[in-house]
Design a protein around this ligand. Structure first.
Ligand code: MTE
Ligand code: MO
Length: 162
C-alpha cells in the first residue's frame, strides 16, 4: 500500500531482485544479497560459446540453483523421483529472454548439474544488475540468463492427444 506522495512502483520486481513463483509452497522474492547470505557460495570458472561473440571466459560464484529452488518447496512428493522428473524451471531475464531447465538436470538423482545463481561475475558483485544463471555443462551461452527477474517452477503438463 503506497502512501500519498510515495512513488508508485511500476516494475513488479525491483532491479536486482528476482521472484520465485509457480507450483511451490514458498513463493517470494530474493535479492542478490539473500542469494549470497542464505546459501553456500560455489565458484565456477566457465567457457561458453556465443554465436555472435565467440568463446567467453568467466568466473562466477553463487549458490546452487538446486538448493535455492528446493527451499521454495516445489509441489512434488520429494521422495518420489518420477514426481520430481515432471518438473521444469523457467528462468527469465530483465529483457524478457527466458530459458527452461528440467528439474532433473539439477536433481542429485538425475543430472546433478552444478548450475548456479551467480552473485558475482569476474570479481564484481551483481547486486545492482541481478543474478545470472550459470550452466557450466552448456557449450553455448544462451542459457546464461543475466539480470534474472523471475524463476517459475512447476510441473510440465503435456497437452493431451486430440
Ligand atoms: N537476459 C539475457 N541474458 C542473456 C542473453 C540475453 O539476450 N538476455 N543472451 C545470452 C547469450 S546468447 C550469451 S552468449 C550470453 C553472453 O554472456 P556475456 O555477455 O557475459 O558474454 O548471455 C546470455 N544471457
Ligand atoms: Mo550468445
Amino acid at each position: 500500500m503506497s502512501r500519498p506522495g510515495t512513488p508508485t512502483r511500476t516494475m513488479p520486481v525491483r532491479t536486482g531482485t528476482l521472484a520465485v513463483r509457480g507450483d511451490i509452497g514458498r513463493p517470494g522474492t530474493l535479492t542478490v544479497a539473500d542469494l549470497r547470505e542464505r546459501w553456500e557460495q560455489h565458484e565456477s570458472a566457465v567457457v561458453f560459446d556465443c554465436a555472435t561473440n565467440g568463446p567467453q571466459h568467466h568466473t562466477f560464484s553463487g549458490p546452487l540453483l538446486r538448493e535455492v529452488a528446493g527451499d521454495a518447496l516445489p509441489a512434488f512428493d520429494a521422495r518420489r523421483r518420477k514426481d520430481r522428473s515432471r518438473f521444469v524451471l523457467a528462468v527469465t531475464g530483465g529483457d524478457g529472454h527466458h530459458t527452461v531447465l528440467a528439474w532433473a538436470e539439477i536433481d542429485a538423482d538425475f543430472g546433478d548439474a552444478p548450475i548456479l545463481l551467480a552473485t558475482r561475475l569476474d570479481g564484481r558483485e551483481l547486486d545492482a544488475v541481478g543474478s545470472q544463471l550459470v550452466v557450466p555443462s552448456d557449450r553455448c551461452g544462451a542459457r546464461y540468463i543475466s539480470a534474472i527477474r523471475s524463476i517459475w517452477i512447476g510441473a510440465c503438463r503435456v497437452p493431451a492427444e486430440s
